[in-house]
Design a protein around this ligand. Structure first.
Ligand code: SF4
Length: 386
């Protein structure tokens, strides 16, 4: 199999949020403690260090995540994009995306002028009680007004919602989803609420103060999400992501799921480069605490580095690739890159249980299998010591 050059993405992590949501396990810090100028300087310097390390490469997508990057000054966004373009070159039509909080809607025009063309809007829920329980500082009216504003200003918009929330039923989720679909947005990210270790929600759950819907109701909500979105013309192209057309899909996220290359700047940002190198894949993460990252970059690095061996690379590519509900996981490509194949017995079991099917050299989750993606992926991992 001939290796083609990997595409390169740039992830920019802005770690500050106005307040910390009780379900969030990202690398986030309260904006009240932000050092925005020092962090921007470090990010610009980090870009130059990456350019020295990688040599000439073209960037195919840029994604501002966080945290709340819609809190960034538009001039800071523009400075990062201009520097990335000067040092690397942005491919014609490169995706430039940013995650936004509806509360920052007054900044949207400035963000669009800075060069962002795709906005992912964290509306999260369409009822005020749920938004309160999720610890969000916007109400449903503000969320929807921000959505309309985003759709007027940006070429592409993703509407992001969370379901399987406390007090939610499949019926109430269906109504909410249908209302959301009525806005005609080209992309929706629909995430099932999970209680992550170390979060305020986990502590609440442990003391009996949080009651998520039972597993079967959550599974029903997942199934109806697929059905309602598909019949509205937004089928899933990844477990939690739905798009009206291929042009509406997230180029940057596809780059992760397809195991391409990406560099990350900003506190805690991950990177993977050299996807097709013979001696494994270079991985790493920037220091998580903003002050350590800033100091690290000043001293010439700011990242912890590792080299992923074939086993680690196989697992990562399997876990990510199986999530692509349409494109699926190309087993021959995986074997060409890592020298490893899915466990034959595990694959036979998953096929017999109709959780996965083979289309030529590609494995695709069945509709039922999508609800058990992690289980399927784990079953396909071979025993590397055998
Ligand atoms: S706004 Fe987003 S990143 Fe910030 S704490 Fe809430 S969920 Fe986490």
């Amino acid at each position: 199999m001939t290796a083609r050059p990997a595409r390169l993405g740039l992830y920019i992590h802005w770690p500050y949020c106005a307040r910390i949501c009780p379900y969030c396990d990202f690398n986030v810090y309260k904006a009240a403690h932000a050092q925005p100028e020092a962090l921007l300087d470090a990010m610009l310097a980090d870009l130059a260090l990456w350019r020295d390390r990688l040599g000439a490469r073209t960037i195919h997508s840029v994604h501002f995540g966080g945290g709340t990057p819609s809190l960034m000054a538009p001039a800071a966004i523009a400075a990062l994009l201009e520097t990335a373009d000067r040092l690397f070159g942005l491919a014609p039509g490169a995706e430039i995306g940013l995650e936004a909080n509806p509360m920052e809607h007054e900044r949207f025009a400035g963000i669009a002028s800075a060069g962002v063309e795709r906005l992912s809007l964290g509306v999260q829920a369409l009822d005020d009680d749920s938004l309160k329980r999720l610890g969000r500082d916007h109400d449903a009216r503000t969320g929807l007004a921000a959505l309309e504003k985003a759709q007027a200003l940006f070429r592409r918009v993703s509407l992001d919602l969370i379901y399987a929330r406390e007090t939610q039923t499949p019926e109430s989720w269906r109504r909410e989803l249908e209302t959301a679909l009525g806005f005609g947005t080209g992309h929706m990210s629909l995430y099932q609420l999970t209680i992550e270790p170390g979060t305020a929600f986990e502590r609440k759950l442990k003391r009996g103060a949080l009651t998520p819907p039972p597993d079967d109701a959550a599974a029903d909500m997942y199934a109806l999400t697929q059905e309602v979105c598909a019949s509205a013309g937004l089928p899933s192209y990844e477990i939690s992501n739905h798009a009206r057309s291929e042009a509406d899909q997230s180029v940057h996220n596809r780059l992760y799921w397809e195991g391409e290359d990406w560099i990350g700047i900003g506190p805690g940002a991950h990177s993977r480069v050299g996807a097709f190198a013979k001696d494994g894949r270079a991985g790493g993460a920037a220091h998580r605490r903003p002050e350590l990252y800033i100091e690290g970059v000043k001293s010439g690095d700011g990242h912890e580095r590792e080299r992923l061996d074939a086993d680690a690379e196989f697992i990562e590519r399997l876990l990510m690739g199986i999530r692509l509900t349409e494109a699926g996981l190309d087993v021959e490509r995986l074997a060409a890159l890592t020298g490893l194949r899915p466990d034959a017995d595990g694959l036979a079991r998953m096929r017999a249980q109709e959780l996965v099917l083979a289309r030529g050299s590609t494995l695709v989750l069945t509709e039922r299998g999508r609800a058990f993606a992690d289980h399927v992926a784990e079953t396909l991992i071979p025993d590397f010591d055998a």
